[in-house]
Design a protein around this ligand. Structure first.
Ligand SMILES: [Fe+2]
Length: 293
């Protein structure tokens, strides 16, 4: 992996070169972003033609593909579905191979893959979003309808912008610092409420106390003007043609700029981690003094 040339002074800095003496698992699990400036995911000329906001159904943030069920969602034009699926399937194999080669211990442990193609410019999409869905606000990821019971959200991203525009993030303080900041405001779930959500199929299974805390943490962060307007976050620019990986349930992030990105999400049980004690579940259990799943 080579270190990229320095960005122009007016641009957000590229992600810093990290301590390469630590293992990729150790670096990821302590909340680093693994950045591969030269690792591009190349589109064929036909796939390039898909890069248009009109590809996705109105009101949808992205096109998504479930490789296990071979289910594609969000493409407006039936004539473009096969090519879009082929692109997303290729990206699934690319990102899975990348993670498994970097961290052989994760091989066979990655669950419920979802592949996404994002075609909207952040500014265009976010201006019509509620504050809760506005990814320009610093947050950690949590799924409202898919309770995780402590499983990690591991994400691979590739900037495929055809005009060379970077994808710009703000990256916040470490997970424990942020969790401590909001801990007093986080409430335990109401058992009747979580039962009802599952019965009504609003959630795919019953939310654990962990899921409830993570959703509140996500909301507290996005609603906190002091956090959003403060200077604790670092800007990072991911150039077109680069790839990066992080645990997005742990790395506080906000997207400030960019258009056209591929993203692979997989879940990882904490038992497969090299350092499970660094997981949000174990950190929150230590801070609250309670079992949360
Ligand atoms: Fe996010």
């Amino acid at each position: 992996m080579s270190v990229p040339a320095a960005a122009p002074e007016s641009s957000p800095p590229l992600p810093e070169a990290t301590d390469n003496t630590a293992s990729p698992a150790s670096r990821l699990e302590q909340g680093e972003i693994l950045f591969f400036p030269q690792l591009s995911f190349d589109l064929t000329p036909a796939e390039q033609a898909l890069l248009n906001p009109d590809l996705v159904e109105r009101k949808r943030k992205n096109i998504s593909f479930d490789v296990q069920r071979e289910r594609l969602s969000g493409v407006v034009d039936p004539d473009q579905q096969a090519l879009t699926q082929q692109l997303l399937e290729r990206y699934y194999h690319f990102s899975r191979q990348l993670v498994e080669e970097l961290i052989p211990a994760y091989r066979g442990q990655l669950r419920q893959p979802t592949t996404s193609l994002r075609v909207h410019a952040i500014a265009d999409w976010a201006q019509n979003s509620s504050w809760r869905k506005d990814d320009r606000r610093l947050h950690v990821d949590a799924f409202p309808s898919r309770p995780l019971h402590g499983d990690r959200i591991l994400r691979v991203f590739s900037n495929i912008n055809p005009k060379g525009q970077p994808r710009c993030w703000q990256v916040g303080e470490d997970f424990e610092t942020l969790a401590r900041r909001y801990l007093q405001r986080l409430r335990q779930p109401n058992p009747l409420h979580t039962w009802l959500l599952a019965q009504l199929k609003i959630t795919k299974r019953r939310r654990s106390a962990y899921d409830h805390l993570m959703l509140q943490l996500h909301d507290c962060m996005k609603a906190d003007g002091e956090l959003q307007n403060g200077d604790s976050a670092r800007p990072m620019a991911f150039p077109a043609g680069s790839t990066w990986i992080c645990f997005s349930d742990q790395v506080a992030h906000a997207v400030s700029e960019g258009q056209f990105m591929l993203e692979q999400t997989v879940l990882l049980p904490i038992e497969a981690m090299e350092y499970p004690e660094r997981s949000p579940l174990r950190v929150l259990e230590r801070l609250t003094g309670r079992s949360l799943v």
